[in-house]
Design a binder for this molecule. Structure first.
Ligand code: GAL
Length: 989
């Protein structure tokens, strides 16, 4: 620790800066009487009624401004309700105050009239947990959500109904009303207005751009509005406008005479390589200017890219893998783009995704594979990434400094560096000035920012950005300026604390107004200071945490000035409690903080050994960490510090997967298989958008009630002796395939191509697979009857982004034709059995093993033959592998575990992975790119037995795998949340 005192001249110019900085610019409009005092406390289900309003600047909750700094997560992409709490804790700790969630209709509705909100679908529990975590909620139940889920969230059964979706068609509206009734019944129980939850915003429809000018579109939106209000949703509503066209801005459709309760929202996914767009105050204005399309409502970005989704196939096919999404949209991207949004007046800012999760089972839309990691700030394995650092810094900044909720564009400033774009804003209420400085060039530059009478030199690294504030209050002190970015101010005990952040190694200057010369002590790190003309200037190079105590001569207003580099900033955890704010330093995560009498009860995580230090209100003298008392000592920083470091996470040992057994299936391909219980394909009309060939029966799986996963067909015919080939037309999502057998003998496998960079967005693939029959060959020498057995991996339904019923494109067989013969074929069809009541309709398709429960724990596989991996057999069809394994992870350790499959990529097979009966996704060995599948705790029994079952489809052209299957540790922490096992019923006997 160095205690030094030197005088230096300000970097440039020392002219006095008035206490009130700058005048309001011409654009400044007086605040509409909204107090900007401390932000509202942590939201919760507190039993009190609340007002949720907005004006043109921001949301106004209970009369106080609040910027919603929001992260998107999807409960349906984390099928373990206990872990929702983990993700929500992490959001809250890292500075988010809001979670935005889509609710996916298909996840909850296996059949018309049937709505299931139990188990992993327990929306009520999710909303309760969000309230307990202290987060506001933006609820987005569609009806259409897109979101890279099957049919964009529409239930499978809706693909086989009449009426054009996303229009005012009465058939469709009847279904929609049923869904909204079901979901809103839960939502109303969690409205912040009622004090029974924390929902403050609600989105209707999503990117509804195709019928904007048509009566059917306007009627549809008006219908949704009326319905949602009639269901009791009283918080502001909005729509998410794709492309920022001003679609569905206030006044563009009938909101039943209600005014001022409808917001204009839009989304954007700019390329990380473009200049960040101005979608607000600094934009071109008018309807294409983002929030300027609706000047009377606050800037609302319903989704802003926090990563990007990835297609099948890896780099050579346009997919890049999620590491690449995370690399191109890294922390500096977040600062450049999100600070630009804030400068543009965006006060409701949701990052899509913040935790992407897993499109398990048959959830993924054709565009994506199982992992929906998204390159998000929290990875699929729930691990924090470096992308949380800017979110943490900006999120806490917005919560600490209400000035930022109400800013006007101020006079442009020139900063003397052409590569730096400077945005200048001023608070009409407090006079504080805010600058966003963005360097779009690859090289570092320095902005010379003129602040009334002085110029401050602010370094801005290449392709990065920072926020600079001047004239903001730090409690009893006023900040003249700081070249470091403010993150926090709070009062703990007698002392004010102010925290500023930046990149390691940056030289910073922080100037405080001080009519008298204060006493300054450097408590940790290195800093210089000088006092001149009523201003204290502290200079420090950012390196870890620097602490400086500043006290006025009376000793009445001590200020602890903290300067943290990025790594240090994410070891500082502010938390509001009903008894006053707390700041915790040291651990890898703070989950909860409660003050009970003289005790601060804290829970959280460590990864490595960590310090524990706590600033708390006066009278707090004891600290409890994860339930255990911690001996502490008072420090000169005014904190309590643990005498011993907290231990890090213990080792996690994972067993090798051994003892595999295997069994071949597809008895359906055998000539004599009994299919008498299968459904006869006898329909001749379909609501599908794929035409049914004239005179042929409908063969699409959806028309027969089979909406997910594989589907089998058996066709009987006679009299095809002259046939030279058989052609099977079929239609699937991306990566579909078809296998055929004639009288039990394999005819071959046809696969849809891997999409290349041109066709990566093509969601529906049609092909005709032609298999030679060699006329006169034994197969068709006799008249018959013959049996064609066909397995179609139909993959998923297309989304309906353009509102043209594209989710109704057929899936399955279309038709059959013979070359040289024209027998009539009588088809039977079989898909998934009745949906698993616990795991839901998206868990299973129609493989024989699935229908017979081979994927389930408790299934008797003792007569299966032992099968060490790798397997070297060539066989067209389906083979299952099963094994069990036992884990004994220490209950105080949160281990995140995945399954990694690897093999020679030339081997043509794919695997459906079942853990304890839950379908954890699809691995395609020769397509990729995904090799590791996250196994969420809860579904994974971390303290006991587990059953793993792999259903392998191979085309018979190569040996089929898997070669190696192993458990992989994806992250570990001491702490975590209690995990309740997700139900995992075995076969019904
Ligand atoms: C948006 C859409 C989201 C999601 C996203 C891409 O346009 O609203 O649902 O599809 O694109 O991940």
């Amino acid at each position: 620790m160095e205690l030094s005192r030197r005088t230096f001249s300000a970097i440039a110019g020392t002219a006095a800066l008035g206490l009130s900085l700058g005048g309001s610019s011409a654009m400044c409009v007086a605040a509409a009487g909204v107090p900007t005092g401390p932000p509202p406390g942590t939201p919760g289900a507190d039993g009190r009624t609340h007002r949720v309003d907005f004006d043109r600047y921001s949301m106004i909750v209970d009369g106080r401004r609040v910027v919603l700094w929001s992260g998107e997560m999807h409960p349906f992409r984390l099928p373990s309700p206990s872990l929702w709490r983990d993700v929500l804790h992490k959001l809250r700790a890292y500075g988010y105050n809001t979670v935005s969630v889509y609710v996916s209709w298909n996840y909850h509705s296996p059949a018309p009239g049937s709505y299931d909100f139990t188990g992993v679908r327990d929306l009520d529990l999710f909303l309760r947990t969000a309230a307990e975590a202290g987060l506001y909620v933006t609820l987005r139940p569609g009806p259409y959500i897109n979101a890279e889920v099957d049919a964009g969230g529409f239930p499978g059964w809706l693909t086989a109904t009449g009426g054009t979706a996303r229009t005012a068609d009465p058939t469709y509206l009847r279904h929609v009303d049923e869904w909204l009734t079901a979901v809103n019944r839960i939502a109303v129980r969690h409205l912040y207005t009622r004090g029974t939850g924390t929902i403050v915003l609600y989105q209707m429809e999503n990117e509804y751009a195709n019928h904007v000018t048509e009566a059917t579109g306007r009627d549809y939106m008006a219908h949704l509005y009326r319905k949602v209000r009639a269901d009791g949703i009283d918080v502001p509503l909005f729509h998410n406008d794709k492309g920022r066209n001003g679609d569905w801005a206030p006044g563009t459709f009938d909101t039943g005479g209600e005014r001022g309760r409808w917001l204009y929202g839009f989304d954007g996914y700019p390329s990380p390589f473009q200049t960040p767009p101005d979608w607000g105050y600094f934009g071109p204005g008018g309807i294409e200017g983002g929030s300027t399309a609706s000047p009377e409502t606050p800037g609302l970005i319903a989704e802003f890219g926090g990563g990007w989704f990835d297609p099948w196939g890896g780099a050579e096919f346009g997919g890049k893998g999620y590491a690449e999404s995370r690399r191109t949209r890294d922390a500096a991207y977040e600062r450049r783009f999100y600070l630009t949004n804030l400068a543009n007046g965006i006060k409701i800012h949701n990052v899509y995704m913040t935790f992407g999760g897993t499109s398990w089972g048959w959830l993924p839309a054709p565009a994506v594979y199982t992992s929906y990691d998204y390159g998000a700030a929290l990875d699929e394995a729930r691990q924090p990434t470096a992308k949380l650092v800017p979110m943490h810094q900006i999120g806490h900044l917005l919560q600490s400094f209400p000035d930022l909720a109400e800013l006007d564009r101020a006079a442009d400033v020139s900063v003397g560096a052409p590569e730096i774009r400077a945005y200048h804003l001023v608070s009409p209420d407090t006079g504080a000035h805010v600058y966003v400085l963005r360097n779009d060039s690859p090289t570092d530059a320095v902005a010379a920012v003129p602040l009334a009478g002085t110029t401050v030199q602010v370094p801005v690294p290449g392709r990065d950005a920072r926020l600079l504030a001047a004239g903001i209050s730090l409690g009893r002190w006023t900040l003249r300026h700081s070249t470091a970015q403010p993150m926090l101010r709070m009062t703990a005990g007698r002392q004010d604390i102010a925290l500023f952040t930046g990149r390691t190694g940056e030289e910073t200057e922080t100037a405080l107004e001080s009519p008298n010369e204060p006493a300054v002590t450097v408590l940790e790190g290195t800093a210089d200071w000088a006092y001149e003309g009523g201003v204290l200037r502290v200079r420090a190079r950012l390196d870890g945490l620097t602490r400086i105590a500043v006290t006025d001569k009376t000793g009445a207003a001590p200020l602890l000035l903290l300067l943290a580099d990025d790594a240090a900033s994410v070891r500082l955890w502010p938390r509001a409690t009903p008894s006053g704010p707390v700041l915790v330093h040291g651990p890898a995560l703070l989950r909860t903080a409660a003050l009970r009498g003289a005790t601060a009860e804290l829970t959280g995580d460590t990864v490595e050994e960590a310090d524990l230090e706590v600033w708390a209100p006066r009278g707090v003298s004891e600290v409890v960490w994860n339930g255990a008392g911690v001996r502490t000592r008072g420090t000169r920083s005014g904190s309590l510090r643990a005498e011993r470091r907290l231990p890090g996470a213990g080792a996690v040992r994972l067993p090798a997967l051994a003892g595999w057994r295997r069994k071949d299936e597809n008895p359906e391909s055998a000539a004599g298989f009994d299919d008498s219980a299968w459904r006869t394909a006898d329909l001749n009309t379909s609501f599908s958008t794929t035409p049914v060939p004239a005179g042929a029966p409908v063969l699409f799986a959806d028309d027969y009630g089979f909406h997910y996963g594989d589907v089998w067909y058996r066709g009987r015919f006679e009299g095809a002796t002259g046939a030279g080939s058989v052609s099977l037309s079929y239609v699937t999502g991306t990566q579909g395939l078809l296998m055929a057998w004639l009288d039990g003998r394999p005819l071959g496998t046809h696969r849809m191509p891997v999409p290349d960079t041109r066709t990566v967005r093509q969601a529906t693939w049609k092909a005709t697979a032609t298999f030679p029959l060699a006329p006169g060959s034994r197969s068709l020498r006799e008249n018959g009857p013959h049996v064609l057995s066909v397995l179609v991996r139909r993959m998923q339904h297309d989304q309906d982004g353009r509102a043209n019923d594209s989710h109704k494109a057929g899936r399955g067989l279309v038709s059959v034709a013979f070359d040289g013969a024209s027998p009539s074929v009588r088809w039977r069809i079989q898909g998934a059995a009745a949906p698993d009541p616990v795991r839901g309709p998206l868990n299973n398709g129609g493989l024989y093993g699935e229908r017979e429960g081979w994927h389930l724990p408790g299934f008797h596989d003792h007569d299966w033959r032992p099968a060490p991996l790798p397997n070297a057999e060539r066989r067209q069809g389906v083979v299952w592998y099963r094994t069990g394994f036992r884990l004994s992870v220490d209950p105080a350790t949160d281990a995140s575990i995945g399954l990694t499959l690897r093999d020679d990529p030339s081997r043509a097979y794919r695997v459906q992975i079942f853990l304890n009966g839950w379908n954890m996704g699809q691995y395609i060995n020769d397509v990729g790119p995904q090799h590791t599948f996250v196994l969420p705790n809860g579904i994974l029994n971390t303290r006991g037995d587990n059953t793993l079952a792999l259903a392998v489809l191979s085309d018979g052209t190569t040996p089929s795998g898997p070669a190696t299957a192993e458990l992989t540790l994806l992250g570990r922490a001491s702490g975590g949340v209690p995990v309740t096992r997700v139900d995992y019923p075995g076969p019904v006997r």
